[in-house]
Write a protein that binds this ligand. Structure first.
Ligand code: ZN
Length: 211
């Protein structure tokens, strides 16, 4: 291994161990994350994602999402930025819109993990975060529902507030499964006269099929 790759020494931003690392991650974590670039199409929206949500990823992600390990936003945002920039996915993006939580749900958790990711992406790319999308309806947890029920569950769940000024938005979420959330969110943005530059999720819950 060349010195270019393992150029930093310090604490891994995921597991916290002091090891030689690349892009903020140690070799141990890099080997266990499954980088699988994929693209999910729902309606007119393409959602790009970079990781398969395997057990190793879920263990860290759930402690970020549900157990207040908010410092992990840095590690996950760095993956979004590194992988997204490789594929020019931040080009032509005026602002990032994180997929919102229903207000009561966010109050209970105390934070929205997707917003934290978006704020870290902003620090790394300079692309501003717009909190112009609202979740106006409480929805059921998607993973218990069939595809058809997922779409009905999310119908008109989002509302775009404020002025878009024709800006091109990148929608950001943590997981993508069927893309129903992105589709509904995109429709709300379009109704508000915004434009969709793309959609991005950190991980997919479905393992992509390799040709
Ligand atoms: Zn590590």
């Amino acid at each position: 291994m060349g010195t270019m790759f393992f150029s930093e020494r310090g604490n891994c931003s995921l597991c916290g161990q002091e090891k030689m690392k690349s892009q903020g991650l140690c070799v141990y974590c890099l080997e266990r994350l499954e980088f699988v670039y994929g693209r999910e199409k729902t309606g007119q929206v393409y959602t790009d994602y970079f990781l398969f949500a395997n057990d190793f990823f879920r263990r860290y992600f759930y402690s970020f999402k549900f157990f207040s390990k908010t410092y992990l936003a840095v590690a996950f945002a760095r993956i979004l930025v590194t992988e997204g920039e490789k594929r020019n996915l931040f080009e032509n993006v005026d602002a990032i819109i994180p997929i919102p939580m229903y207000p009561a749900e966010q109050r209970q958790r105390g934070y929205n993990q997707v917003l934290l990711l978006a704020e870290e992406v902003y620090k790394m790319t300079g692309i501003p975060v717009y909190r112009t999308l609202e979740k106006i309806r409480e929805t059921k947890k998607q993973h218990h529902l069939s595809l058809r029920n997922r779409r009905e569950n999310l119908k008109d769940a989002f509302y775009f507030k404020g002025e878009s000024d024709g800006k091109r938005f990148l929608l950001l979420d943590d997981f993508v499964t069927t893309g129903s959330t992105m589709k509904e969110a995109a429709e709300a943005v379009l109704k508000g006269n915004g434009r969709i530059a793309g959609a991005m999720a950190l991980a997919s819950t479905m393992h992509p099929m390799f040709p």
